[in-house]
Design a protein around this ligand. Structure first.
Ligand code: WT7
Length: 635
């Protein structure tokens, strides 16, 4: 049976075990969902009450200037007040916040007490460098405890962090520094990945050559190789943390609920990455609620979100929400298969992981190595599993469910986006599952699948996924570009005031949502979100390339791989060497995650009469499928 057939097979149910339902933080989805729909304002107010505030809000939702919604206005808070400060007053200060394992086997752990001390110290360091409320700080690091400390320290002093994923390189970093206008950067000498060093500091140096607005670089020593340090600009983290100024006492800045917490760049239809803006108030309410209800966090859990802190999944569910809930998190630095394909399963065994949240691409990648690797490990501590980033194919779902979860751990397949801040369409542990469906909207969330005119699609018909009402952790704008925010998300269904997610989906007869994929020029490669335009501009920045078009082609492990079609400048001829060089060029400019699998040299590209590249035609050709309606094709 192919996946496509399976997707429309909506009748296969998986029921959660009774003890999980009974002990769940929310045992009854329907009742809670109804309550939230009937009175969302009271619902969110009640959720916000579970947190501490310096001063309570006047208004839960201010929709007077839609789509620039505001939440908990008048409220005074700081996400660090709830993520760290409040735990210091309870027994939790002695609980482990983070258990970290490096790819090289190094181990470190932090209690809430110790983590808070490190954050206070680093907050003082940042202040001593002149970082103030409202400043932006760019962070480009590997998966180490220091990235968490850096993010929290920024939040604590009221600075806005902009984390760039370590899989991006030079031009991508430079663009993001420029857009955020960061004077201060935090990085490390390198990161371990598959036994090799990712040269993070090196990439930062080259990016700053292109974007010289950075005045200070703080460098965490992780891999220990020699890196050049620019005098007066670069400082070692450990040197700064040893200064008397780095005291363990530090005030948490009092922020308005709507003050910016972070910018996170993500890919869209055009080349320029979008700085998605999230704020202190609504974001903490929503992320902590969703983590507690979906992954059912209990005090004795060992939560492992195996994502990267450099993506929204890591921001929300490695850093902020778990700390707000006082949970113990596992963070692992490196590759799942290093040195052997059982590394992840060994981590589950070693630390008694109870909840594992990962992505379909990782599951498929590990599945390839067979059942013997996981079977050799004791995975009996697991209670819940999770999947995010792209639709999960039933084969991977079942392997995860049966081989990893031993048929007793429900899989929470959560659909959401950088823009949404938290889980939007997702089961709770009490909800019956259908493999491949993210099931139903989270309480307080109203979604639908609609046609061009905004009519609800009949069951099992493809349409556009929309979110009909605002929610606390929604993006507030695109950094520095309010108009783009409106155009991108709110113009398609302007009259109705709905948010356009950019995905196509189907709703079945049980109201379960089946997300199909992106409707814009965004490609999901190994769960990473990349814009065709970003990769294309990487290609044309090479002197031999006149024009380029990039498409995503389905791949068994990665979900999609990148195919690139290049028109060369006059006088250049295509060759294997040039293709190799171009791949390297993209690695350098955009990042290893953006490297095309295949590069084809062509004389022309299929275009509409208005000059738009018809990527769907390229895709149909690459996949050997019918090319469809060609009436708009130029020639
Ligand atoms: C896009 C958002 C949100 C964390 C990671 C991705 C796709 C995400 C699912 C899922 C089907 C999914 C969508 C979405 N997506 N989760 N459970 N099932 N598709 O965040 O990088 O902003 O990407 O990822 O296409 O629009 P992101």
């Amino acid at each position: 049976m192919s996946d496509k057939e399976f997707q429309t097979n909506t009748s296969e149910w998986f029921y959660p075990p009774e003890h999980i339902v009974q002990n769940a933080n929310v045992p009854d989805y329907e009742t809670v969902y109804q309550k939230a729909v009937e009175d969302p304002i009271s619902f969110w107010a009640e959720r916000a009450e579970t947190l501490e505030w310096y001063q309570k809000w006047d208004k839960v939702l201010d929709d007077s200037n839609a789509p620039f919604y505001k939440w908990f206005t008048g409220g005074k808070t700081n996400i660090v007040l709830n993520a760290l400060d409040r735990h210091q007053k309870t027994w939790r200060r002695n609980k482990l916040a983070i258990i970290w394992e490096g790819e090289d086997g190094e181990k470190r752990s932090f209690s809430y007490w110790r983590l808070n001390q490190e954050v206070c110290k680093f907050a003082n360091v940042l202040r001593s460098m002149g970082v103030r409320k409202g400043d932006t700080v760019t962070i480009y690091m590997g998966r180490t405890p220091e990235i968490v400390i850096a993010m929290l320290a920024c939040a604590k002093v009221g600075a806005i962090h902009s984390v760039i994923y370590g899989g991006f390189s030079e031009q991508a970093i430079a663009d993001r520094i420029e857009d955020a206008k960061s004077r201060v950067m935090i990085t490390s000498d390198g990161a371990w990945l598959r036994g090799q060093i990712v040269p993070l500091k090196d990439n930062v140096d080259k990016a700053i050559d292109r974007s010289p607005i950075v005045e200070h670089v703080i460098v965490v020593k992780r891999t220990g190789q020699d890196v050049p340090m620019v005098q007066g600009r670069d400082y070692w983290y450990h040197d700064l943390m040893a200064l008397p100024i780095a005291s363990t006492r530090s005030e948490t800045e009092v922020m308005d609920a709507e003050d910016p917490l972070f910018i996170l760049y993500t890919s869209g239809t055009t080349g320029k990455p979008k700085g998605i803006l999230h704020t202190h108030g609504g974001y903490q309410v929503y992320t902590s609620t969703t983590l507690s209800w979906v992954f059912d966090i209990k005090d004795d859990d060992r939560w492992w979100c195996a994502a990267d802190p450099g993506w929204i999944t890591g921001h929300s569910y490695i850093v902020y929400a778990p700390l707000i809930l006082g949970a113990t998190s596992i963070i692992y630095e490196g590759a799942p298969t290093y040195p052997y394909p059982d590394r992840w399963w060994r981590i589950v065994e070693d630390y008694g992981v109870t909840i594992l949240y990962t992505a379909p691409t990782a599951i498929r990648g590990l599945m390839r190595f067979g059942d013997a690797w996981p079977n050799r490990r004791d995975l009996s501590s697991l209670r819940l599993l999770g999947s995010v980033g792209e639709p999960i194919n039933p084969e991977a779902w079942k392997w995860f469910y049966n081989v990893i979860g031993k048929g007793k751990c429900p899989i929470m397949d959560a659909w959401w986006q950088t823009e949404t801040g938290g889980f939007m369409i997702t089961p709770l542990p009490s909800v019956p599952l259908k493999p491949g469906s993210a099931t139903r909207p989270f309480p307080g969330i109203v979604v639908d699948v609609v046609d061009e005119d905004g009519n609800s699609c009949p069951p099992n018909e493809d349409g556009k996924l929309v979110i009909k009402t605002p929610w606390p952790s929604m993006l507030r704008t695109i950094w520095g570009d309010d108009q783009r925010y409106i155009n991108q998300y709110w113009s398609a269904y302007q009259e109705q005031g709905w948010y356009l997610a950019g995905d196509s989906a189907r709703k079945d007869e049980d109201g379960y949502i089946w997300v199909i994929g992106r409707i814009d020029d965004v490609i999901k490669v190994s769960g990473y979100r990349l814009g065709t335009a970003e990769i294309e501009s990487g290609l044309v920045s090479h002197p031999a390339v006149a024009e380029a078009a990039v498409i995503g082609v389905p791949d068994e492990v990665k979900g999609n791989v990148i195919y690139a079609y290049c028109i060369l400048v006059a006088g250049e001829t295509g060759s294997d060497e040039l293709a190799k060089e171009l791949r390297e060029h993209v690695r350098h400019e955009v990042g290893p995650i953006a490297m095309p699998t295949k590069i084809e040299f062509v004389d022309k590209l299929p275009k509409t009469r208005s000059g738009k590249i018809m990527r769907r035609v390229l895709k149909a050709r690459a996949m050997g499928l019918p090319e469809g309606d060609l009436s708009t094709l130029e020639d």
